[in-house]
Design a binder for this molecule. Structure first.
Ligand SMILES: Nc1ncnc2c1ncn2[C@@H]1O[C@H](COP(=O)(O)OP(=O)(O)O)[C@@H](O)[C@H]1O
Ligand SMILES: CC(=O)N[C@@H](CCC(=O)OP(=O)(O)O)C(=O)O
Length: 297
């Protein structure tokens, strides 16, 4: 059996069991953050696109926000530009921001749009610039030197943080057949283009829309405990404790912090789940126990 046949069979099995749960998210907004590491081979991409198409067909309002960190890194390497990160964010000079916009709002965005459209849906590729959706300002980040404990202000160049989100265009699309697919690039009121971490961008969009669910597709099954066992559900205060005691580390820290901020902005529940498992979006939304780690207030 090919991967494609196996995925189609898995989706059919899932759908036959999904019926009792499908109404749960009818007319609700679900923001799905599709990370660069979760974008695997073509079959995995197709399975993702099929899930998003199926959400729309089930009466859900899905919104895709995508990343593409590894793909930006590959293009920078081809152009002979070194990738540099500070505090988990890409140091972004003028040349880099041009490539970031080209890769994110160009090739990756259109690839995802084409995949969803080939499932018979109408996806539309956007970034923060379209319809004045998001305005950013230069990110203000500080990091603590672990030796001296002194705080240092980071100059990350054209790395932005979303400060204004206008939901007009997204509200319009929610009433239409269109599925928005959004790249995390936005203008500043200063006329510059800013590169925004895709998790942060997805959190801001979900918060502005008071989304029912925000899903983060990553490369691990969810938040793992000290014994590497999946934690099914966490409250905001439990999540904070796991960051403080070091159980949550590395790239998972900003991700969980974004989840906490999204919940504080009114998102009902945020889920971190494995994008490398085919149909993880359907497994999460349309089964009794879901998949991944659900973070709730
Ligand atoms: N407690 C934890 N549970 C799960 N993953 C963790 C934990 N602590 C650290 N991590 C790391 O966080 C990574 C996910 O973050 P990141 O690589 O930034 O994701 P993405 O690129 O999908 O945004 C995992 O691959 C894992 O190595
Ligand atoms: C400021 C910053 O770091 N921006 C990210 C945007 C893409 C992203 O976040 O992609 P993933 O979700 O695949 O990591 C970057 O340039 O890599």
């Amino acid at each position: 059996m090919t991967d494609r046949d196996a995925n189609a069979e898995m989706q059919a099995t899932l759908l036959s069991r999904a019926l009792p749960y499908m109404q749960r998210y009818e007319n609700k907004t679900v923001v799905v953050k599709y990370g660069g590491h979760a974008m695997g081979d073509t079959e995995l991409g197709r399975a993702f696109a099929r899930d998003i198409a199926l959400l729309k067909q089930s009466g859900v309002n899905p919104i895709v926000v995508h990343g593409g960190g590894p793909q930006i890194g590959a293009m920078l390497e081809r152009m002979g530009i070194e990738s540099k990160f500070e505090g988990g964010l890409r140091v972004t000079d003028q040349k880099t921001v041009e490539i970031v916009e080209m890769v994110l709002a160009g090739s990756i965005n259109k690839e995802i749009v084409a995949l969803i459209n080939s499932e018979g849906e109408w996806a539309i590729g956007l970034c923060g610039k379209d319809g004045n959706m998001v305005f950013a300002q230069k990110a203000r980040k500080t990091i603590k030197d672990p030796d001296s404990n002194i705080e240092r202000v980071l100059d990350l160049g054209f790395v932005g943080e979303p400060v204004e989100v206008d939901r007009t265009l997204l509200d319009l699309l929610a009433r239409s057949e269109m599925i928005p697919v959004i790249a995390p690039v936005a203008p500043g009121r200063d006329g510059h283009t800013y590169n925004i971490n895709a998790d942060t961008f997805a959190g801001a969009i979900a918060g502005a829309l008071n989304a029912t669910r925000l899903l983060f597709l990553t490369d691990v099954p969810g938040v793992l405990d000290k014994n590497k066992k999946l934690i099914d559900e966490l409250t905001v205060s439990q999540a904070r404790k796991l960051i403080a005691d070091g159980t949550i580390s590395g790239g998972m820290i900003p991700k969980v912090e974004t989840c906490i901020e999204a919940i504080e902005r009114g998102v009902e529940g945020v889920v971190i789940l494995n994008g490398k498992t085919a149909h993880s979006v359907l497994l999460e939304l349309f089964t009794e126990h879901g998949a991944g780690t659900l973070i709730v207030p």
